[in-house]
Design a protein around this ligand. Structure first.
Ligand code: NAG
Length: 305
């Protein structure tokens, strides 16, 4: 009997704290690349932390991350990661320098494709974008789910930009060459204020697209290609969850190999997108109710389970 009372007390405490409701949105990260991607997540200054700052996603795998209200920050994919004999974890692209799979407050080394968020910002809207301002390492799609208002549509950079990257901007797998694994922004590679929108070029009127930024914009028209690219690159939505897919178009990936999981099989045509979303919804329901991998209800309500 005492046990039952304790149980009920904990249960009502849990409902007062509204355990799952402590999070306002969900990010579902999906890896459709033919290789492992290690997402990194960085919370902005003064924003509540996420339950994870980095983990591995095998080909075909997806993982949901609960996101607190008014969160702002960025996420990206790290590639070609390994652990050296001393136990230190590093990645050829997007490395956050932490030495472990968790980034623990560090950002990814450019060039890296970024998904950027400000949730519940001005007017209660979420602001989101995919940015190539710091360069590119892999294709990424950012899709709101269940949101309303604003220009609440899919954005991202689904093209493979490494193969055609201008030679001045290329990053190779190894210092002595090998596969192109990243494409730097001109600002990062050349440091010219014209490319960086700095110094005399620090306003929207003086900083204009360049032939380098136009390489990114022509292939990824919805992504930020330079600092003042806001008009065509910022999207808004209210009360949405977000699905971030690495290598959304299987044939666009250089390293594309076999794909695991049904999610990857239904994304090749736009006409199939509703099936894709239905499948993603199913994946999310399974993850929310069945096997939460990252401390959501486990950390808050674990005492009941
Ligand atoms: C989306 O809406 C915002 C806010 O009105 C606007 O600033 C932005 O330019 C719009 N984005 C696109 C891609 O049209």
């Amino acid at each position: 009997m005492a046990k039952l009372h304790l149980f009920l007390a904990v249960l009502s405490l849990c409902s007062i704290l509204s355990c799952p409701g402590a999070y306002s949105a969900t990010f579902t990260l999906v890896n459709q690349c033919g290789y492992t991607v290690w997402p990194g997540l960085l919370s902005g200054a003064g924003t509540p932390p996420l339950p994870t700052t980095g983990f591995a996603l095998q080909p075909g795998e997806s993982n949901s991350v609960p996101v607190p209200p008014s969160w702002s920050g960025r996420l990206w994919g790290r590639t070609s990661c390994s652990t050296d004999p001393t136990g230190r974890f590093t990645c050829v692209t997007g490395d956050c320098g932490s030495g472990t799979t968790e980034c623990s407050g560090a950002g990814g080394a450019p060039p890296v494709t970024l998904a950027e968020f400000t949730l519940n910002g001005a007017g209660g809207m979420d602001f989101y974008d995919v940015s190539l301002v710091d360069g590119y390492n892999l294709p990424m799609l950012l899709a709101p789910r269940g949101g309303t208002g604003g220009n609440c549509t899919v954005t991202g950079c689904t093209a493979e930009l490494n193969g055609g990257c201008p030679s001045e901007l290329r990053v190779n797998q190894d210092s002595d060459g090998g596969e192109v694994v990243g494409c730097k922004s001109a600002c990062l590679a050349l440091g010219d204020p014209r490319f960086c929108c700095s110094g005399a070029y620090a306003t929207p009127d003086t900083c204009k697209p360049t032939s380098f930024s136009e390489y990114f914009k022509s292939l990824c028209p919805r992504a930020y290609s330079y600092a003042y690219d806001d008009g065509t690159s910022t999207f808004t939505c209210a009360s949405a969850d977000y699905v971030v897919t690495f290598c959304p178009t299987p044939t666009n990936s250089q390293k594309q190999g076999q794909l695991a999981g049904s999610v990857s099989l239904v994304t090749s045509g736009s006409g199939k997108s509703s099936r894709f979303h239905a499948l993603l919804a199913a994946v999310m329901v399974m993850q929310d109710c069945g096997i939460p991998k990252i401390g959501t209800r486990e950390s808050c309500c674990g005492i009941l389970e």
